[in-house]
Ligand binder design. Sequence first.
Ligand SMILES: [Zn+2]
Length: 474
Amino acid sequence: MTKQSMTESYPRFLHHGGADGVTGSCHRYIASPEHAMLVDCGLFQGQDADHLDSLEQHRIRFDLDSVFALVVTHVHIDHIGRLPYLMAAGFDGPIYCSEPSAKLLPLVIEDALKIGFTRDRRLIEQFLNKVDQQLVPLPYKTWKTVLDEKGRRVQIRLQRAGHILGSAYVEVDQREPDGQTHRTVFSGDLGAPYAPLLPAPKSPYKADTLIIESTYGNRLHESRKDRRLKLKAAVEHALENEGTVIIPAFSIGRTQELLYELEDLIHRGGERWQAMEIIVDSPLAAKFTQVYRELKPFWDAEAQTRIKAGRHPLSFDNLYTVDSHDEHLQTVSYLAKTGRPAIVLAASGMATGGRVVNYLKAMIEDPRHHVLFVGYQAVGTPGRAIQQHGPEHGWVELDGERKTIRAGVTTIGGYSAHADQKDLLNFLKRMKQWPNTIRLVHGDWEAREELKRKFEQLGAERQHRLEIVLPGNE
Ligand SMILES: [Zn+2]
């Protein structure tokens, strides 16, 4: 290829978020000077967001004139949370996503609207109706033509990514008027193999350009077996002491994975386990669990086997949901007083707010109870303080009150449903035709740097020339 044709060639890529951080994913696929497609449009969160007032931070500042479609890889808020802002800025094109994502997306957007925009029921309904009109659910493994103009054709195909239900990686084929073709693969967030409920992602056959996440580009997860053992030990500690296991959790996917694992532990655990109550104290998490149940056909083979055996992995007998705030307060005081063994899942995941804070306030000073962390705890959050100071019975500030940590504390890694370094490398290794260019996104600097080195090593071993790009946000 000559230098001249290089400068004129398409597709090109820009990143409006999620390039040099792990949130706010929004990638621009530029098919021509007049045609662009967005892949995801997520919110900035945590450290990526705290330097600006949030409404201002999320306002869409990039040009939308040439944007003809949005493709959603999955419904986590850091991948779709800016959809209301995008629509407010005038985007009215199709929103392509998988069939399960199309069922889950309105729930997530409704919640995002309530938090960031309005509690006005009528406005929310109007907005959700509009989203519904723009949503185009696509079956997996099926090509869809999204642009066909003057001899230029762009097609997309979704493949299962094994991250949360409905998650997909996206293959994009572009055919130029002169017959040249180019295949791009956007990984979205990739899942780990052996995730409960979800089949492991299979690598794509080929790509010319691969745009891949790198969240855990420098880490390896605990195995599923180790995680189950730790989960079992934490629950047994609470059972022996007649206490409660408090799990700060929200994120779609993680709560359902945990419920799935707990059902299995109860199934195998004998009488003592069967007497234990599992409480999901979050109306939204309960709704997601309900939709997860409806999406059974998308569960993996292991889950299907359990269903055939007459089990109900996400709706077992000892599972209770708490809806109203009064019911929530009653549950807190009941569990704090009675010492009836129970497991509670409540948001927020880092104990920065939400119902879990009331449980912690009522129980953290009592050694019968146990706090179990299943997700990342950011610096400066109560979750991190409990994790850090719990073992030596230090203190944590909750709602302005200083509490001594006497409850047991356990952390389990790996329920985050993200591929680790080995899985990310395998994604490339198992492709039949390797890309020439890899763009590493969705990871902090250290993760991307280390993954870059590893990919370069793989390229050298195979004697395949790989250009690895660490793009920034535009
Ligand atoms: Zn995700």
